[in-house]
Design a protein around this ligand. Structure first.
Ligand SMILES: [Zn+2]
Length: 125
């Protein structure tokens, strides 16, 4: 169904493009190269294979993505705290902190990729 929509040229919405890690310009090309294992660090393509859009606009372009990554990590920490505090209220504070740190560490590579893609959508030029 979804592939059929893409073949008709219907553009995917913004959230879908971000979550699928697609080019901010055309929404079709992959921003990151395929990984061989989950422990491999993400590597960006230089440009979109579909529309030739350059992802790294200028030196230091992605420094601002650090703030988005920080915001995502804080959001995940708060959500983890709320879930644990609501459903497992007897967990002691030290374990609560360790669980929050573990969740943030587990999502760090995803945050790295998402923050760069969100940043490219906010500042396309
Ligand atoms: Zn593209």
């Amino acid at each position: 169904m979804k592939d059929k929509e893409n073949q008709t040229g219907k553009e995917e919405n913004l959230l879908t493009k971000i979550l699928k890690e697609r080019c901010p310009n055309c929404g079709k090309g992959e921003v990151f190269k395929k990984k061989n294992s989950i422990f491999e660090l993400p590597v960006m393509n230089d440009k979109c294979e579909k529309c030739q859009y350059y992802f790294d606009r200028e030196p230091g372009y992605f420094i601002g993505a650090m703030y988005i990554s920080y915001g995502l990590a804080v959001l995940q920490g708060i959500l983890t705290f709320l879930i644990i505090n609501t459903f497992f209220s007897e967990v002691s504070t030290i374990y609560l902190v360790l669980i929050i740190v573990a969740v943030i560490a587990a999502f760090s590579l995803k945050n790295y990729k998402l923050s760069r893609i969100i940043y490219m959508h906010i500042f396309p030029d």
